[in-house]
Design a protein around this ligand. Structure first.
Ligand code: ISJ
Length: 296
C-alpha cells in the first residue's frame, strides 16, 4: 500500500524537525553516585552541591568508607583519602577542590602517652587512610620508631584504647582535651616543619569510564561558593558540634585549605615519595591534574 504523497512529506518533515530538535538538546547524563566526607571540613566543598546536581545521588560517610565503596564500584565519584591513589592508579582526580592545610590543621592529632621516641603501639582512627600513613611517616622520620598498629574504632574514645600513641581525625579531634598526655602533634604543622610544604588529605576522584564533566564544574562551583560563605557555614554547624562559632570559623578559614594548586600537587608528590621510601605504600603513584604540575 502506498502512502499518500502529502502524508509522506509530512512524516519526513516531522522526522527532520524532531531530529534537529533532539540533536540540540543537551544529552541527559547518567545519574552518578557521589560520596563526600561526613565531617565539618567538607561543608564548604558541598555548599549548594545537591542543588547543582539534580538527579545525582549525594551521600556522606567516613573517608575510609568512601575509599572502600569507590573501589567496590558502589560509588562513581568520591572525596577520597588521597593516599588511596597509590592502590588505585586507575582513579582520576577530577577537581581542584581538596581538603588540605598550609600549616596546623587542628583536626588531625597524634596524642602521646609516652615520649614520641618510646612509642611501641599506635592506635589509628578507623575513619582515616591518609593520616594513618602520615602519622607513621612522621614517627619514623622524626623519631625512628615503627610501632605496632592497632585500630581506634569510630565509636571508641581515645581514652578507651590502650596504646602509646593515638591518631584521631575529623570533628572529634577538634578541641580534644590534653589531660594526661605527654605530648600532642598537629600533623599538618609537623609535615610543614619537616618539608616546608602544604598537605593534602583528600581529593575528589572518579572511577574510570565515568563521564564527570557536569560533576567537575559543580564541584569547583560548590567549593568557590562555600569558600565565600564560611561565616554562614560556621553559624549553621557550630552548635551541633558543641563548638563555638568563632572556633569553627577559624578552623574553616585559617586551618583548612580547599585549593589543590601547584604547591599542593608538589606536596602530594613529596608525600608519596617519602611514604614509598619508607615502604609505607607499595608504589608512589604518578598523578596528573594540572598542566602547571611538574613532578619533583
Ligand atoms: C583534615 C582532615 O582531613 C581528612 C583526613 C583524611 C584521612 O586521614 O584519610 C581523609 C579525609 C579528610 O577528612 C580531617 O579529617 O580532619
Amino acid at each position: 500500500m502506498s502512502v499518500p504523497f502529502s502524508a509522506a512529506i509530512g512524516n519526513a518533515f516531522f522526522q527532520i524537525l524532531t531530529h534537529s530538535f533532539m540533536t540540540h538538546l543537551p544529552a541527559k547524563s547518567t545519574p552518578l553516585r557521589i560520596g563526600a566526607v561526613n565531617y565539618l571540613n567538607t561543608k564548604p566543598l558541598v555548599y549548594g552541591l545537591a542543588g547543582e546536581l539534580p538527579g545525582h545521588e549525594l551521600s556522606f560517610e567516613l573517608p575510609s568508607q568512601l575509599a572502600d565503596r569507590l573501589a567496590a564500584g558502589e560509588l562513581d565519584v568520591a572525596l577520597a583519602p588521597c593516599v588511596e591513589l597509590s592502590k588505585h592508579p586507575e582513579w582520576s582526580i577530577i577537581s581542584s577542590a581538596c581538603i588540605g592545610c598550609l600549616g596546623p590543621v587542628l583536626s588531625v592529632q597524634l596524642l602521646f602517652r609516652c615520649p614520641p621516641n618510646e612509642v611501641r603501639t599506635l592506635a589509628l582512627d578507623e575513619g582515616s587512610r591518609t593520616s594513618v600513613i602520615l602519622a607513621q611517616l612522621l614517627l619514623q622520620e622524626h623519631c625512628g620508631v615503627c610501632p605496632e598498629l592497632l585500630p581506634l574504632s569510630i565509636d571508641a574514645a581515645p581514652e578507651d584504647v590502650v596504646a602509646d600513641a593515638i591518631l584521631v581525625i575529623g570533628d572529634r579531634a577538634i578541641n580534644l582535651s590534653s589531660d594526661q598526655l605527654v605530648e600532642r602533634w598537629d600533623l599538618g604543622q609537623r609535615w610543614r616543619d619537616l618539608t616546608g610544604l602544604p598537605f593534602v588529605f583528600a581529593l575528589w576522584v572518579a572511577r574510570p569510564g565515568i563521564d564527570t564533566s557536569e560533576v567537575e564544574r559543580a564541584l569547583n562551583t560548590a567549593r568557590d561558593r562555600g569558600s565565600r560563605h564560611l561565616p554562614a557555614i560556621a553559624a549553621e554547624h557550630a552548635r551541633e558540634l558543641g563548638l563555638s562559632e568563632q572556633l569553627v570559623l577559624s578552623y574553616l578559614r585559617d586551618n583548612l585549605n580547599f585549593q589543590f594548586g601547584a604547591p599542593e600537587q608538589r606536596a602530594l608528590a613529596e608525600f608519596f615519595r617519602r611514604a614509598r621510601h619508607l615502604q609505607l605504600i607499595d608504589h608512589a603513584p604518578e598523578f596528573t591534574f594540572d598542566t602547571e604540575f611538574t613532578p619533583l
